[in-house]
Design a protein around this ligand. Structure first.
Ligand code: SAM
Length: 247
């Protein structure tokens, strides 16, 4: 048996249930396992992730991706939502969410063509009908009619500073929808500075959910930002500016 075939993800039914009030079906578990194997395989060709042991992969990619749903109203989970994952890299958090919520339509955005080639191959291998990868910069696609103000949820994990992630994500969100920022450590000062950035973009911080990851007890915070009015047309600023001069 090859090295890859011996890497089996742990079953964590009780933790899924306790932390997220959700459990994968057998089919979803098999799809998670397939994602894991494809990532290990893809890592041989390009640097997709350093998180490769079964427990780490389960916690830091699968559980962590799904942890963003905890602040959502339960009825949203069964609705047909449009979701965009900005700076998806190898497909996180978008791919686990597309598997967990097949009724959601998931767009996976990254500016690196090689990453999106991997993601689109992964989508084809998993036969996911509800996910598509797109190569673009968030600052550019966020201005395109049809994508701007088109999504119920815009998610950003491990891409840049919080204010930058807000400028990337809020233009994509329809009024009434949510941007969800996946963060590590978080302080009151972080909240204060994000508040002023978010106000300029037509949003308001609705909830900050502190988390501890279930196996290694890492610190996480999910920041939920509600879009209450249209994002002014000057945002997002030109490519590169949000990152150079965060709001
Ligand atoms: N979200 C993934 C995760 O949590 O595993 C990947 C994180 S990776 C550290 C950051 C990704 O964001 C990279 O793949 C990069 O190409 C992408 N990225 C950075 N700035 C971007 C932008 N302005 N528009 C689109 N993608 C961007």
């Amino acid at each position: 048996m090859s090295q890859i075939e011996t890497n089996i993800l742990p079953q964590m039914s009780e933790i899924w249930e306790r932390s997220l009030d959700w459990q994968p079906s057998k089919t979803q578990e098999q799809l998670f396992q397939q994602v894991y194997q494809e990532i290990l395989q893809g890592n041989r060709q390009q640097n997709l992730t350093r998180i490769t042991t079964p427990e780490d992969f389960w916690e830091k990619h699968l559980w962590d991706s799904l942890s963003g749903i905890v602040g959502l109203e339960e009825k949203l989970l069964t609705q047909q939502l449009q979701l965009i994952d900005i700076g998806t890299g190898a497909g996180f958090p978008g791919i686990p969410l597309a598997i967990a919520f097949p009724q959601w339509q998931v767009t996976l955005l990254d500016s690196t063509r090689k990453k999106i080639t991997f993601v689109n191959n992964l989508i084809a291998k998993l036969q996911l009908q509800n996910a598509t990868g797109i190569v673009a910069r968030a600052e550019a696609l966020g201005r395109v009619p049809g994508d701007r103000a088109n999504y119920d949820l815009a998610l950003v994990r491990a891409v840049s500073k919080a204010a930058v992630c807000a400028e990337y994500s809020l233009p994509f969100v329809r009024q009434g929808g949510l941007a969800i920022l996946y963060r590590g450590h978080w302080s009151d000062e972080d909240t204060a500075s994000l508040k002023s950035a978010v106000a300029k973009l037509g949003g308001k911080i609705e909830l900050i959910h502190p988390w501890e990851t279930p196996l290694s007890k890492g610190v996480r915070h999910c920041i939920y930002i509600r879009k209450h009015s249209a994002t002014p047309k000057e945002y997002p600023r030109a490519v590169g500016i949000p990152d150079q001069q965060p709001l």
